[in-house]
Write a protein that binds this ligand. Structure first.
Ligand code: 6R9
Length: 650
């Protein structure tokens, strides 16, 4: 733990240079925080009235609790997410830019106003209605980073359809299993995507996914590149042909506060991804309030989050959070290094971005390219620079702060999860002193606690280490796992009864700052993307030659962690090439899950009851062969020197 403390940069508090922050002192943060914990119902009730438009007001703020997993917020309330994101602003300020699309090829940006967004979303919503989709139906969205992806989210929300966005880096098989699990009737996609100068064959991937998938009635295809792609009428429909048939206004379908807004699949400790379900009002409130305070959103800001819309960060902080606040949000189609490692800085200078939000893996990559790529670009518009997805190492933090932020920006290291819906630990830019590598303190209304992992005993006071839990319900917490409430309870609420379990290790230092240590379960984070060891293992085992597989996360300077796999082969499969197994993982999950190394061995270290001892494999790969720990339960100790030899020779 570093003990360096950086105070809020004085520029942020100088009204001649920056707009006055909403929360401009640590005392103010503490006062509001304490009120929010003392009387959460008063706090959230007031915020819900101020930040959201209700077609029918709520009477009850909260019912249920963590004990029984029956949390419900604002239960009599009725509202519509797309009305809240678009109509309110389109009525007041139709010409304000809602979305700036920064296309893959530099120099091709496009601006969409709130007025235009209302028209596009309405046209698509009317199209979806004409296809027979009804409130509660699920729609799969498999799209590149184009404004039409946002239009698709919001058109679903306009009709009370539940969107299930699948990251466009997932393979056909991964897409298929998500479509089947959610019984999606429609897939919205594009002909092709572009990223870093390369083409992604989106429609072809969808076609393969739909082989043998009977729930899907239609595929709506947006023309992004115009290349010739396979098209099978009457199932497939062109976006441009359908939308022009429909009028540019569609009345919003008013839904109950607790009706689902979307599902999003995420990896856990077991092989099967979970469809995390978010409820409309609570999720929207979490997105709106955390966006406003964490990024200190002000009227004329241009905000840029570099995540992909296929992950929760893209949902909450490219689309819902900014649009609920009437902000201008940048949708970035490219990569940090295309065409050069100056791309982010060119985009910041061109659009005068005031808040930049990205991931440690991108920060480490750009730091490695060197400061020359940053220098010479006018970054003076930036006030707040954010990080999300995994712990940020202090060296990368300092580089971000000094070289990108010129010590004049607040760094917000925001900790949260798909399941939390919105940020739960973060500094506030005008208020919180920063320690590089620490996500600092809880957001309003969030009461974190540190538990001793084995006993579940709550560790009070400072200077403690354990697992991170949250003690009270908050509006944007996931309500269930799609069609599997039992799994929701077992994963999050039954592990430590009465608490929400995050799955992360944590320390609270002598000043009360929180330090996330990373996952304590079998989840690996590669460039901030969550992968489960079990999921990759089952992909490997699905290859005809593989008998057994054990997957571990290994430290990687750039991506945080990378995937290493140990496999044993079936008899007579000795000639199997490792590259074939890598290909198998790419095929079953997607390219981003591909193991960096695969070791073929005659056996794996197993306990006498047959459990694979992954901790032993982790020690062998990290070279700590003199610290293998207790091996007394190992069935066959002679495998250890064999494995050490294989790893050393690779
Ligand atoms: C938003 C998002 C969640 C997991 C989470 C934790 C890690 C996210 C972090 C962080 C340290 C941060 N994580 N933000 N760890 N510091 N600021 O990434 O959601 O994809 O569900 O991942 O990511 O391990 O449990 P998701």
């Amino acid at each position: 733990m570093s003990d360096t403390v950086h105070q809020v940069p004085s520029r942020l508090l100088d009204s001649s240079k920056c707009p006055k922050p909403h929360i401009d002192s640590f005392e103010k943060y503490k006062k509001i925080y304490e009120e929010s914990i003392k009387d959460p119902q008063a706090f959230w009730g007031k915020q819900a009235k101020e930040l959201l438009h209700w077609h029918k007001p709520f009477e009850t703020v909260l019912t249920g609790g963590l004990e029984h997993g029956d949390v419900a917020w604002f239960r009599e309330g009725e509202l519509n997410a797309s009305y809240n994101c678009i109509d309110r602003h389109a009525l007041a300020n139709p010409d304000k830019v809602a979305i700036i699309h920064e296309a893959d090829e530099p120099g091709n940006s496009r601006r969409i106003t709130y007025g235009e967004l209302l028209h596009e979303v309405s046209r698509l919503a009317n199209t979806l209605k004409s296809l027979g989709l009804k409130k509660g139906d699920t729609v799969a969205i498999y799209m590149p980073m184009i404004p039409e992806a946002a239009v698709a989210f919001l058109a679903c929300a306009r009709l009370g359809l539940v969107h299930s966005v699948v990251f466009a880096g997932f393979s056909s098989e991964a897409l298929r299993s998500r479509i089947i699990d959610a019984s999606s009737k429609l897939v919205i996609t594009a002909d092709e995507g572009r990223r870093g100068g390369k083409t992604i064959h989106t429609k072809k991937i969808v076609d393969v996914a739909l082989e043998g998938c009977s729930t899907v009635e239609h595929v709506l295809v947006f023309r992004r590149t115009g290349s010739e792609v396979p098209f099978s009428a009457p199932r497939d429909l062109w976006w441009h042909e359908e939308l022009e048939k429909h009028r540019p206004y569609c009345p919003p379908e008013i839904v109950n506060a607790e009706d689902p807004l979307f599902l999003l699949y995420t990896s856990g400790s077991t092989g099967k991804p979970k469809g995390v379900v978010h409820a409309t009002a609570g999720y929207l409130l979490g997105a709106a309030i955390t966006f406003k305070y964490t990024f200190d959103y002000q009227e004329n800001d241009v905000y840029g989050c570099m995540a992909d819309i296929g992950w929760i960060t893209g949902h909450t902080y490219i689309i819902y959070g900014p649009l609920l606040n009437g902000a201008t949000t940048v949708l970035f189609e490219s990569t940090p290094v295309y065409p050069t490692a100056s791309r982010y800085w060119e985009v910041v200078a061109q659009h005068k971005i005031t808040q930049l939000y990205t991931a440690p893996t991108a920060i480490r990559l750009l730091r490695r390219f060197g400061n020359d790529y940053v220098k010479g670009h006018d970054l003076s518009s930036l006030r707040i620079i954010g990080s999300v997805g995994e712990p940020i190492n202090p060296e990368a933090w300092e580089w971000y702060y000094e070289v990108v932020g010129r010590k004049e920006c607040s760094v917000v290291d925001t900790y949260w999860q798909t399941e939390t819906g919105s940020i739960v630990l973060t500094p506030l830019p005008g208020a919180t002193p920063m320690k590089p590598g620490s996500a600092t303190f809880p957001f309003f209304g969030i009461e974190p606690a540190v538990l001793e992992a084995e006993t579940g005993k709550e560790l009070e006071g400072n200077d403690v280490e354990g697992v991170l839990v949250i003690k009270n319900p908050w509006p944007s917490m996931a309500r269930t796992v799609y069609n599997n409430h039992h799994r929701y309870m077992d994963t999050y609420l039954n592990v430590y009864k009465g608490y929400y379990f995050t799955g992360d290790g944590v320390g609270r230092d002598h000043d009360g700052f929180y330090w996330i240590r990373g996952r304590v379960d079998d989840v690996i984070s590669v460039s901030g993307h969550r992968l489960s060891t079990a999921e990759i293992e089952s992909a490997l085992i699905s290859h005809q030659s593989v008998a057994e597989a054990a997957v571990i996360g290994v430290h990687d300077d750039l991506t945080g962690q990378c995937v290493h796999a140990f496999c044993t082969l079936k008899p007579d499969q000795g000639g199997t090439d490792v590259s074939e197994l890598v290909l198998q993982v790419r095929k079953v999950i997607g390219p981003f899950a591909a193991p960096k190394k695969i070791y073929i061995s005659s056996d794996l270290p197993k306990t006498r009851s047959g459990k694979i001892m992954r901790r032993v494999l982790r020690k062998i790969v990290s070279g700590e062969t003199n610290q293998l720990g207790d091996l007394s339960t190992l069935a066959d100790p002679s495998i250890i020197p064999v494995l050490i030899d294989i790893v050393q020779k690779s």
